[in-house]
Design a binder for this molecule. Structure first.
Ligand code: ATP
Ligand code: MG
Length: 181
């Protein structure tokens, strides 16, 4: 990937977050990359995002099988107060969490046969402005899925993962900026 001068000049800094290291690689306007070394760091990154969420948001978690989408969601959900196991709702499509602050809906669309299935479960009701929606395998929802505020793309990178953040709204830009700080 060709980096602009500003991106190349961006200082490499190691952030200490919940005792884990995140190394920002560069900081573009809408696309921010960071390296997440292991599962513990992924949980901490999810928890870090939880601290910044104020109101509703739609967050897509993209990446190959086993890349760490549920791990990220688990860190976020635990930080929001979810107790017990956080499993991906692969067979039920969505797991609702009625938290004191806001409703949170964790989707896993891996087994979605057809976007129309989302219509059948009344997907629009989940995506109101007050709720936080986390969506694994969003690409399977097609046009039936509302647009994301923030897309978190996770890719394998050696033993760890590289994360690309893409903000698609003011809410998303705000969250991406805070997460990257
Ligand atoms: N940053 C990381 N570095 C290395 N391993 C990680 C990282 N984050 C998560 N993992 C590991 O990757 C494995 C798969 O994680 P997880 O189940 O979260 O992936 P997923 O993307 O949700 O998978 P699926 O596509 O099946 O939904 C787990 O063993 C987890 O510990
Ligand atoms: Mg998963």
């Amino acid at each position: 990937m060709a980096l602009g001068r500003e991106a190349q000049g961006c200082a490499r800094a190691t952030l200490q977050v919940a005792n884990e290291h995140f190394e920002p690689i560069f900081n573009a306007v809408l696309c921010r990359l960071m390296f997440v070394a292991d599962e513990v760091a992924m949980l901490a990154l999810g928890a870090r995002l939880a601290a910044f969420i104020d109101g509703g948001a739609c967050i897509w978690l993209e990446g190959e099988l086993g890349s760490g989408k549920t791990t990220f969601a688990r860190g976020l959900l635990r930080a929001l107060g979810v107790k017990g196991a956080v499993k991906s709702p692969t067979y039920t499509l969505v797991e609702p969490y009625e938290l004191p602050t806001r409703p949170v809906y964790h989707f896993d669309l891996y087994r979605l046969a057809d976007g129309e299935e989302l219509e059948a479960i009344g997907v629009r009701d989940y995506f109101d402005n007050q709720a936080l929606c986390l969506v694994e395998w969003p690409e399977r929802g097609g046009d039936y899925l509302p647009a994301a505020d923030l897309r978190i793309h996770i890719a394998y990178q050696g033993e760890g993962r590289e994360i690309r953040l893409e903000a698609n709204s003011e809410t998303g830009k705000h969250l991406a900026a805070l997460l990257r700080e």
